[in-house]
Design a protein around this ligand. Structure first.
Ligand SMILES: Nc1nc2c(c(=O)[nH]1)N[C@H]1C(S)=C(S)[C@@H](COP(=O)(O)OP(=O)(O)OC[C@H]3O[C@@H](n4cnc5c(N)ncnc54)[C@H](O)[C@@H]3O)O[C@H]1N2
Ligand code: MOO
Length: 406
C-alpha cells in the first residue's frame, strides 16, 4: 500500500466516527463530559433586583443633594428580604446579594454614610439604579445556557448549577480497550532484564485517551504468536468496546502480526502505512461484525504517542460529538535553528520553546529524534511540524508547531 497523507487518513478516520449515545449524569460527575442536549435555565438569575454592595437602600430622589438624613426602618439581608416598602424619607439597611426592597431604586454604600441611632446621614448623592443588579441580568429562565457538543469545564458547572439544573445529558464515554503486543514487553516495576522492554506506551496512550474523555481498559500484553494475537483481538472485539487500540507489531518484520491478525478477525483495514514520521506503520479500520473502530499503533513509544495525539484523541472526541477538524491543529512559530528539506512524510520533531519573537514561540528541534527515546519526548514542549517535501528553512523563518499536552 502507498503511504497515505496524514490529513487524508485523519479525514477518513473521522468520516466513520458517528457520535455514541447519551446518558444522564449528576452535575457532580459531569466535569469534562460533552453535552448531548442543550442546558436550559430553569430559573432567572438573579431571581430579583438585588444589591451589589453593603449599604443602604433608598429612593434616589431622597438623596439627590447631600448631606441628607433618612430614617432607618429595617434590614434586607441575603436570603432574608425586607417585607415592607421604602417610603419617602426612609431607608433600609442592605447587604450584598439581598433583595432590593419595594420603593427603593438606589444603594448608597455604607462608607458614604454616618449612623446615629436610626438616623442615617448620607454624604454622597444617590443616582437611580446605582449598585443594583437587575433580575435576569445574568440569564433568564428558558434561555439556552450551553449548547450540545460543548465540553463541560469547571466554570460551566457553576453556570449549569446556577440555572437550577442538577443533571445533564452527556455523550457516553467511548470505551477504549488497549492490547499491547510483543514477547519482550513487561510491566514497570518488575526489574526488566536487558532483553526485555517495559510496556511504556500503554501509559501515555491510555492517559491521552482518558484526557480526551475515554474509559480505558487494559487488556494486557500478548505474545508474538499468530494464535495468541488473533485470540486477543477476538476477545477484544467481543468485549463491547467502541475502540480497540493495539500497540506494536504494526510494521513489516516476521513478528509483526497485527495487520494479518486484524484482517483474519474481520477488521477491514482502511489505512495501513501513513506518510508520517514518527508513525509510518499506523493502521486503522473497523470490525465488520462489531463495528469496533480499531487503531493499530506502532510499538516505538514516541511513534505511539504521536499517532495517539494525531488520530486517537480526535477519534475519541468525535465519538462524543465534539467538533474536530480533519487536520492537526497547528500553530505558527519561528525557527530558532536551521532545518533540512523534508521528504514525503509529514514530520513531527520533538522541539523546545527557547523564547518568543514577534508574538510567536521560537522553537528549536532537539538534536536526537529517535522514535524510541522517551526522555526527549518528555523534555519537548511542542512538536515542530515539517510538511511533506518542505524545503530547507533557516533560523528566523516561520514554521508550524503542534502543542503537546500540558
Ligand atoms: N524493514 C522495516 N522495518 C521497520 C519499518 C519499516 O518500514 N521497514 N518501520 C519502522 C518504524 S517507522 C517503526 S515505528 C517500527 C514500528 O514497528 P512495530 O509497530 O512493528 O513495533 P514493534 O516492532 O513491535 O516494536 C518496535 C519497538 O517498540 C518497542 N515496543 C513495542 N511495544 C511497546 C510498548 N507497549 N511500550 C514500549 N515499547 C514498545 C519494541 O520493543 C521495539 O523496540 O518499526 C520499524 N521497523
Ligand atoms: O515512524 Mo517510526 O514511527 O519512524 O519510528
Amino acid at each position: 500500500m502507498a503511504l497515505i497523507p496524514v490529513e487524508e487518513a485523519l479525514a477518513l478516520l473521522l468520516s466513520t466516527a458517528a457520535p455514541l449515545g447519551s446518558e444522564t449524569v449528576l452535575l457532580e460527575q459531569a466535569d469534562g463530559r460533552v453535552l448531548a442536549a442543550p442546558v436550559i435555565a430553569r430559573r432567572t438569575t438573579p431571581g430579583a433586583d438585588v444589591s451589589a454592595m453593603d449599604g443602604y437602600a433608598l429612593r434616589a430622589l431622597d438623596a439627590s443633594s447631600v448631606p441628607a438624613t433618612l430614617e432607618l426602618i429595617g434590614e434586607s439581608a441575603a436570603g432574608r428580604p425586607y417585607a415592607g416598602r421604602v417610603a419617602p424619607g426612609t431607608t433600609v439597611r442592605i447587604f450584598t446579594g439581598a433583595v432590593l426592597p419595594e420603593g427603593a431604586d438606589s444603594i448608597i454604600i455604607q462608607e458614604d454614610t454616618r449612623r446615629e441611632g436610626n438616623a442615617i446621614t448620607l454624604t454622597e448623592a444617590a443616582t437611580p439604579g446605582r449598585h443594583i443588579r437587575r433580575a435576569g441580568g445574568d440569564f433568564a429562565a428558558g434561555e439556552v445556557l450551553l449548547a450540545p457538543g460543548h465540553r463541560l469545564r469547571a466554570r460551566d458547572l457553576a453556570l449549569v448549577a446556577a440555572g437550577d439544573v442538577d443533571t445533564v445529558s452527556v455523550a457516553r464515554r467511548p470505551r477504549v480497550a488497549m492490547l499491547s503486543t510483543g514477547d519482550e514487553l513487561v510491566r514497570p516495576g518488575t526489574g526488566a532484564a536487558a532483553h526485555q522492554v517495559i510496556v511504556s506506551n500503554l501509559y501515555s496512550v491510555a492517559a491521552l485517551a482518558r484526557a480526551a474523555g475515554a474509559e480505558v481498559t487494559d487488556l494486557g500484553i500478548l505474545p508474538d504468536t499468530m494464535e495468541a494475537t488473533q485470540a486477543g483481538v477476538r476477545a477484544a472485539l467481543d468485549g463491547g468496546f467502541d475502540v480497540l487500540v493495539t500497540t506494536g507489531g504494526a510494521s513489516v518484520g516476521d513478528h509483526d502480526l497485527i495487520a494479518p491478525a486484524l484482517t483474519a478477525q474481520g477488521v477491514d483495514l482502511a489505512v495501513h502505512r501513513i506518510a508520517l514520521r514518527p508513525g509510518k506503520p499506523l493502521m486503522f479500520g473497523r470490525s465488520a461484525a462489531t463495528r469496533t473502530q480499531v487503531l493499530g499503533l506502532p510499538g516505538n513509544p514516541v511513534s505511539a504517542h504521536v499517532c495517539a495525539l494525531l488520530f486517537l484523541v480526535p477519534l475519541i472526541k468525535a465519538l462524543q460529538g465534539l467538533e474536530v477538524p480533519a487536520h492537526p491543529e497547528l500553530e505558527p512559530a519561528r525557527l530558532a535553528g536551521d532545518v533540512k528539506a523534508n521528504e514525503q512524510r509529514m514530520d513531527f520533531q520533538r522541539a523546545e520553546i527557547v523564547g518568543h519573537a514577534e508574538g510567536v514561540p521560537l522553537v528549536r528541534a532537539l538534536p536526537v529524534q529517535d522514535s524510541s527515546m522517551l526522555r526527549n519526548l518528555a523534555r519537548a514542549d511542542v512538536l515542530l511540524v515539517r510538511r511533506p517535501h518542505a524545503p530547507a528553512a533557516a533560523a528566523g523563518e516561520m514554521c508550524e508547531i503542534l502543542r503537546l499536552e500540558d
